[in-house]
Design a protein around this ligand. Structure first.
Ligand SMILES: Nc1ncnc2c1ncn2[C@@H]1O[C@H](COP(=O)(O)OP(=O)(O)OP(=O)(O)O)[C@@H](O)[C@H]1O
Length: 236
């Protein structure tokens, strides 16, 4: 169960954007869907603890990650959240292996033997052995996506947050990686929240769709809804 209420504002010199939404869901795969600038990425960032929240809570399977009223606000590294960032945000100067291991290293840069074994297992599971020592610029789009996904999983997360995980990929690879992602999530047995504005991603993966616009939740749709495709097209 993911139970969320978020109120926050972001601003720069000229603009201010308010996010104000609440939802609770048991769906294994949830899509945050809606037009550009709706507040989808900000929602993921707030869930991960990367943005200050003015008021609200985040509970994951009964565990409180944030509760502003109770003064609880776990830092990102204690939230048990695996985050695949938009455009992957891989470190360009680090190898694929060091990218995957990044969040596991001690402040002195050490990797415990157990963590090193986990990183090696992820490298093998994602078919990255041959390019483990290559930098991101020397990897294909699909390989970069796999490194980003392996990095998100390295901390053994309780929930997976995926921000446009297929945006940089061409159609055939998108299709293949969608089914890999679906199988992987089922195997891990953890919930996933996917940000996308591609109806095909939503139709292929989501059990429930939260349609966002203007920083709020407009409506909720289920994968079983016979009019889902039309509703998705209508929502953009
Ligand atoms: N750090 C920030 N400071 C100021 N404004 C921001 C900041 N981050 C995002 N915004 C603004 O907040 C709004 C929502 O941004 P968000 O990234 O959540 O949109 P989105 O729904 O993910 O869009 P897209 O599909 O284009 O990625 C946008 O208008 C954006 O310009």
């Amino acid at each position: 169960m993911i139970d969320v209420r978020l109120q926050l504002s972001v601003r720069d010199a000229r603009r201010r954007f308010d996010l104000d939404l609440a939802f609770a869901t048991d769906a294994p795969f949830v899509a945050l869907y809606g037009p550009s600038g709706a507040g989808k990425s900000l929602t993921l960032q707030a869930l991960a603890g990367l943005l200050p929240v003015r008021a609200g809570h985040v509970r994951l399977n009964g565990r409180t990650l944030l509760d502003t009223a109770a003064g609880i606000n776990l830092p990102p590294e204690q939230r048990g959240v695996g985050y695949l960032f938009q455009h992957y945000a891989l470190f360009p100067h680090l190898s694929a292996r060091d990218n995957i291991a990044f969040g596991l290293r001690s402040p002195w840069g050490r990797l415990s033997p157990a963590d090193a074994a986990r990183v090696d297992a992820l490298i093998d599971n994602f078919g990255l052995r041959a390019m483990a020592h290559s930098k991101p610029a020397h990897l294909s789009g699909g390989q970069q996506q796999r490194v980003a996904l392996a990095r998100a999983l390295a901390c053994q997360p309780q929930v997976l947050l995926l921000d446009e995980p297929f945006a940089a990929l061409h159609t055939t690879l998108r299709r293949q990686l969608r089914s890999e992602l679906r199988a992987l999530r089922e195997q891990l047995g953890i919930p996933a929240l996917l940000v996308s504005h591609d109806p095909e991603d939503v139709l292929a993966l989501a059990d429930e769709v939260l349609v966002l616009d203007g920083g709020g939740l407009q409506h909720r749709l289920l994968a079983t809804d016979p009019d889902l495709r039309r509703a998705l097209d209508h929502a953009l």
